[in-house]
Write a protein of this length. Sequence first.
Length: 253
Amino acid sequence: MVTRALSFGTVAEAYERYRPGYPVELLELVTAYAGEPIRTALEFGAGTGKATRLFAQAGIAVTATEPDAAMLAELRKHLPANVTSVQAAFEDLPPGSSYDLVYSAAALHWTNPEGRWDRMAALVRPGGVFASFAVPIQLADPELEAAVRAARSPYLVDDGVPSPDSTPPADRPMEWPGTELQQAEWFTDVRQAVVERRLTMSAHEYVGQLSTVSAYVMLRPADRDEVFRRILEVLPDTVDLDAEITTHLARRQ
């Protein structure tokens, strides 16, 4: 788990180049839920700062924390003036400061579940907001997705990305981490929402995005190159992607 969580530094530049950023609709969703101005925010697992920039550009003073030095160095290349960056894992953050918003973009699953919500509660001020964003990116064409799975199967059976869910967002049962938040004594008003998003990119850009997924990063270099060669063979020149953002929100009591 820790090895995979700290594997992204080897692909930090590719992560910044190929991972999509976050749309303004996500910021609007979080601020509407907060119901009052968000002045300070803590982001953990900030990576290269994809979500950092979204919230910082809204004038929020963001403290962005990231345990991987190479990822943090890439973030600092694009650092807005109102962002403070710190090299630290979530488990190492001191509880002395509290924020209007604490959030995680595709990083909460890398944290230690033991004591997770007690630590979180110590970082969010009473009445403040916790938010988690999950961004599974899938080929929109099921047949093409199946062809890619077959192409990679000799080397990688599961890339760790959830399968697309055809259930309408409003009808979906509560997913993780909302299920844990509903049981956490420190948090209330747990909500689940989806920001719909469809992306189009070239086949090579899509493979570049795959190169930043931990399951591929952990392959031996020769195997990884062969997997990407096989995948490119079955892809058209451009691909459409489902890239909806599943968001979980909760309020600190």
